[in-house]
Design a protein around this ligand. Structure first.
Ligand code: Z5A
Ligand code: MG
Length: 212
């Protein structure tokens, strides 16, 4: 691995269920490492932490929690990793992040379908490290339905995913790169990788932003 010059880039992949985020995040990290660009994968929710374990139980429907409580736990799960994220970026490691605050706000506010609740859901995310780029993997609900079946976890229903997609749209400040995810896995990786390497180049000398 070459010695990094400048900081690493903070790159987030977002999208609805089964859009291919986890597949692409893994492949992008591999490809960056193959090109001697230091890179690591970060996944939210991080189910390995104590807070993440409660989230996992909630998603598996093993525990019930009020909407506000689970929302704050998803956010706390990001705060648990915030210092480590900053430190890795400063050391020159690029982070490819599978879901972030945008999923947090989109899934929570889709439950109520009220734009006015956006601010309440956004507030606890304030101050977290801000991504240098957000790639939204866009997939029509009909194509999503053709992918391998939903598991038994919470939120895994077609109508709810449509509501989530609407909330993601409202969250986009215009800076997101919307990528058509209806293509072969390797073609999508090639497309994303060219954007990612450009972001890595552009982020080296830029100060890291703060949410929002
Ligand atoms: N959630 C929340 O409420 N608040 C928060 O703050 C956060 C999350 C961070 C669990 O997340 C739930 O938590 C999630 C949002 C909520 N609820 N839902 N729904 P998760 O990230 O752990 O969810 P997941 O179970 O891993 O699903 P996913 O991430 O949505 O899927 P994906 O990562 O986008 O897709 P994938 O695993 O890469 O691929 C899915 C399948 O499609 C698999 O069989 C692949 O082989 C296939 N695939 C992938 N790419 C392709 C292409 N290009 N063509 C054909 N087939 C493909
Ligand atoms: Mg995933």
């Amino acid at each position: 691995m070459t010695t990094p010059v400048g900081r690493g880039a903070f790159i987030v992949l977002e999208g609805c269920d089964r859009a291919g985020k986890s597949t692409q995040c893994r492949l992008l990290v591999e490809k960056l490492k193959d090109s001697n660009i230091p890179a690591e994968l970060v996944v939210f929710p991080d189910r390995s932490t104590p807070i993440g374990q409660v989230i996992s139980e909630y998603l598996k429907k093993e525990v019930q929690l009020p909407d506000q409580a689970i929302h704050l736990l998803f956010t706390a799960n990001r705060w648990e990793r915030a210092e480590e994220i900053k430190s890795k970026l400063e050391k020159g490691c690029t982070l490819i992040v599978d879901r972030y605050s945008y999923s947090g706000v989109a899934y929570s506010s889709a439950k109520e379908k009220k734009t006015s609740s956006f601010q309440w859901y956004k507030n606890p995310e304030e101050g977290l490290p801000k991504p240098d780029a957000v790639f939204y993997l866009n997939l029509e609900p009909e194509i999503i339905a053709e992918r391998k079946g939903f598991g038994g976890e919470r939120y895994e229903s077609a109508q709810f995913q449509k509501d989530v997609a609407e909330c993601f749209k409202k969250l986009n400040d215009g800076s997101w790169k919307i990528v058509d995810a209806d293509k072969l896995i390797e073609d999508l990786t090639t497309e994303l990788y060219s954007y990612v390497t450009e972001i890595v180049r552009l982020s080296k000398d830029k100060p890291l932003g703060v949410m929002w």
